[in-house]
Design a protein. Structure first.
Length: 130
């Protein structure tokens, strides 16, 4: 088994889908979408988060269809964004996304290969990297 220690993100942003869409911050990174206390999706993007979410909706992915169906309740859809220290750190993005998927087992993600062990301490309430 492969063990990797993940560096902490440069910054963690917490907002809602509603605020994100209306303010359109130019942030890339790993994003964690939660609704009513349940982690729904974990993804990553090198472009902006809003561009990536728009792509999900345009492509009619499971996540995109769900986001479209609850558009009136976007104020209750939390999104946490883990911003990497370097904007072009593709390895960190992949490792952080994988670790979060394994930790939270989101509803809309396919599970990753179970033979890779990633050591990371995440507190769901605070998303603390230790």
């Amino acid at each position: 088994m492969e063990n990797r220690k993940l560096k902490p993100p440069k910054q963690i942003h917490r907002t809602t889908i509603y605020e994100l869409v209306n303010n359109d911050p130019l942030i890339s990174g790993v994003y964690i979408i939660a609704y009513l206390g349940k982690i729904m999706y974990v993804g990553r993007t090198e472009s902006t988060i809003t561009d990536r979410l728009a792509h999900h909706c345009y492509e009619k992915s499971k996540l995109g269809r769900w986001l479209t169906s609850i558009q009136d309740d976007w104020v209750n859809v939390r999104i946490d964004i883990l911003e990497p220290a370097s904007t072009n750190d593709k390895k960190w993005l992949a490792q952080a996304e994988e670790a979060c998927i394994k930790k939270f087992r989101p509803l809309f993600n396919d599970l990753l290969k179970p033979d890779i062990k990633v050591e990371i301490k995440l507190d769901e309430a605070n998303l603390c990297f230790c």
